[in-house]
Design a protein around this ligand. Structure first.
Ligand code: PMP
Ligand code: GLN
Length: 386
């Protein structure tokens, strides 16, 4: 393996899922739901296979899906993208992110990322021979749990080699949803320094705030410099289908397509037909997703609190972060490897999301995208840990 990929080994999500299977433990590690998404969407995939949509789809994705993505952007956010030139279908958000980074970064360019950082960003940046510049999300105060992006920290990460800002909201692993002031700060810095911004919005329908989620591209001056990325995996609980997309200017979409066509060329033919139908489901179906997930969160979190963990509030995604230091554990990696034997539960040590693992010594990420009965069982097991 080449030196610049050696630090990446096996992803901890894969290792933790393997551990859960080996120990027969409840898997609150890797983020995937344990129930299927909307029946209509599943049936649409079966129909597409039977209808013979089983060969290579067009390079940028089938027209019906590109149109559905553009319509979804218009309907939910008032964003206008031409499906012919401004939408690209990818093999999940992962390929979209990697293709965008490969297409836009030269050797030595710097990419500013939020830390904790979703694991594939750092690997994709390494593949492009670019350099990550993490901006640590801070706790609101020394005593207040939670996360926020500080404008001064963002500014301090910019240099004359900065090429991209890569923003993720709702944010994995913290569950932080960037608020208006934080989005304004990102936009201000991007415009002032003439930077492109990649936004990873795979949890766009899974923000718990009640108010509609706000994409950065809706801010003044941002649409022309934002590469907006999302995925059907989380919205429709179809993480194995790997249907993602990119929306941006025609020039940027063409650039990303150039890299994308030599990564996978195309993927997921019949699933593209199904997601086109899914994106056209009635608004109520989308609106019901976050409250259902928030209820799942509220089943798990009391178990963590009862155990004595410090639980950081989560405003979206599948995840909640908890500090296990109050339980006497100062090393979350060791804690997570012991947890299956201690309580039959698997979680992910947050250090995998930090450039300096010391930044997250005792932090653990738990996934709550699981059936209520399973979460209740996990909460009961964990409650007695302390
Ligand atoms: N970005 C974030 C923040 C994620 O959490 C994930 C996966 N859960 C992805 C990207 C990858 O999405 P996909 O499965 O569509 O490749
Ligand atoms: N995004 C999921 C998580 O954070 C996992 C996806 C993966 O394993 N690559 O758990």
């Amino acid at each position: 393996l080449v030196a610049h990929l050696r630090p990446f080994g096996t992803t901890s999500f894969a290792s933790m899922s393997a551990l859960a299977a080996e120990k027969g433990a409840i898997n609150l590690g890797q983020g995937f739901p344990d129930t299927d998404g909307p029946t209509e969407v599943l049936e649409a995939a079966v129909r597409a296979i039977r209808a013979g949509h089983n060969q290579y789809p067009p390079g940028r994705g089938i027209a019906a899906l590109r149109e559905a993505i553009a319509e979804h952007q218009r309907h939910w956010y008032g964003l206008s993208y031409d499906p012919a030139t401004q939408v690209l279908v990818t093999a999940g958000a992962t390929e979209a992110l990697t293709a965008a980074i490969l297409a836009l970064c030269d050797t030595g360019d710097e990419v500013v990322v939020l830390e904790p950082t979703y694991d594939s960003y750092t690997a994709a940046i390494a593949m492009a021979r670019a350099v990550p510049r993490p901006v640590r999300l801070r706790h609101p105060s020394d005593t207040e749990p939670g996360y926020r992006l500080d404008e001064a920290d963002l500014r301090a990460a910019i240099s004359d080699r900065t090429r991209l800002l890569l923003i993720n909201t709702p944010h994995n692993p913290t569950g932080h949803v960037l608020g208006p002031a934080e989005l304004d700060a990102v936009a201000r810095v991007a415009v002032e320094h003439d930077l492109l911004v990649i936004t990873d919005e795979v949890y766009e329908h899974l923000a718990f705030g009640g108010a509609p989620y706000v994409p950065l591209a809706t801010l003044p001056g941002m649409a022309e410099r934002t590469v907006q990325i999302s995925s059907a995996g989380k919205t429709f609980s179809t993480t194995g289908w790997k249907i993602g997309w990119v929306c941006s200017t025609p020039e940027l979409v063409t650039a990303v397509t150039t890299a994308k066509q030599f990564l996978t060329y195309v993927s997921g033919g019949p699933f593209q037909w199904a997601i086109a139908e899914g994106l056209a489901l009635p608004d109520e179906r989308f609106a019901a997703m976050a409250p259902a997930l928030a209820d799942q969160r509220d089943i798990l979190v009391p178990g963590l609190v009862a155990a004595g963990m410090t639980v950081h509030p989560t405003e979206g995604t599948y995840f909640v972060t908890a500090d296990v230091a109050p339980l006497g554990y100062d090393d979350a990696v060791d804690f997570c490897w012991r947890l299956p034997d201690l309580r039959g539960v698997v979680a992910v040590p947050s250090s995998v999301f930090y450039s300096d693992p010391a930044g997250a010594r005792s932090l653990v990420r738990f996934a709550f995208c699981k059936r209520p009965a399973l979460l209740a069982e996990a909460a009961e097991r964990l409650a007695t840990l302390g």
